[in-house]
Write a protein that binds this ligand. Structure first.
Ligand code: AMP
Length: 285
């Protein structure tokens, strides 16, 4: 496995790469959720293909008061995990490789990114789109793999890929969770013991709404209130947003249908957790 720190080195690697090239973009601090994406990438690439994992804590997607400087960066452990999972190359660029002095070109998706996390984190998706497009042009993957835990990010990237005719296939993978339902996240390490104990309330709230949808509830407002009620039982929680939206456009829905999504962001102390569920009809036996 190669560890490449410059765009030039990655380009040389890419020029020699054989078979299908599959990219997994990450910010590092890898956990079982990332591991699942990398294992999927390995499968998609096959024996003859090439898996690239990028590890880059992207400064442009953090707001001025967010956790950029304290974001965990355990690179040695990350590299070890990548190697175990059959990664061919890690792109771990110096920040100035990605953002040279005088950098002044950004990508702005203007619809799907406007609500939810886009509303509470102004500029976040501009940073995400910019770095992801750069990773695409640098690595030129045939396939890129993202996690549905960041549901809005998936939809925004899908829109960017369509709008800008980027020639690759996107694969979105389901969320990997702790046994108690908490979605794995690099930010979970910030939680105190008490906050960690309460954090599964997010998943419980979403499952309560899914159960009600399964038995016929179609009012978005009612489903939203059920989620909120469950989360408010966690005394340390502070709701940023809970919204019921169309699964594709992410616009608010009043009467829900299968495929609509409940997305939420909740603070525990200074730590902001996100989660979502795509509402599905219960399976008939
Ligand atoms: P991050 O390092 O947080 O930028 O995430 C890198 C990729 O891993 C993104 O596509 C995320 O959606 C995905 N990811 C993060 N957490 C999980 C999880 N619990 N399950 C599956 N994928 C995840």
């Amino acid at each position: 496995m190669l560890i490449l720190k410059t765009v030039a080195a990655l380009r040389r690697f890419r020029a020699r790469a054989r078979g299908k090239v599959v990219l997994v973009p990450t910010m590092g601090a890898l956990h079982a959720g990332h591991a699942d994406l990398i294992a999927r990438a390995r499968k998609l690439a096959g024996k003859s293909g090439t898996v690239i994992v990028s590890i880059f804590v992207n400064p442009t997607q953090f707001g001025p008061k967010e956790d950029l400087s304290r974001y965990p960066r355990p690179f040695a452990a990350d590299a070890k995990l990548c190697k175990t999972l059959g990664t061919d190359a890690i792109l771990h660029p110096y920040p100035e490789e990605i953002y040279p002095t005088g950098f002044s070109t950004y990508v702005n998706e203007e619809q799907v990114s406007s609500g939810l996390c886009g509303a509470s984190r102004p500029g976040h998706f501009r940073g995400v789109c910019t770095v992801v497009l750069k990773l695409f042009t640098i690595c030129q993957p045939d396939v890129a793999v993202f996690g549905l835990k960041d549901y809005q990010q998936c939809r925004v990237i899908a829109r960017m890929v369509r709008d800008l005719n980027i020639p690759l296939k996107l694969v979105f993978a389901p969320t990997i969770r702790e046994r108690d339902g908490l979605a794995l996240s690099s930010r979970n390490v910030y939680l105190s013991t008490e906050e960690r104990a309460q954090a599964p309330a997010l998943r419980r709230g979403l499952l309560t709404a899914q159960a009600a949808f399964g038995t016929g509830e179609r009012s978005a407002a009612k489903l939203r209130r059920m989620v909120e009620k469950e989360i408010r039982k966690a005394s340390l929680s502070r709701v940023d947003y809970i919204e019921v939206v169309d699964g594709e456009s992410l616009t608010a829905t009043r009467t829900v249908k299968a495929g609509d999504t409940i997305a939420l962001a909740v603070y525990f102390g200074r730590t902001r957790l996100i989660d979502n569920i795509q509402l599905a009809e219960p399976r008939r036996r």
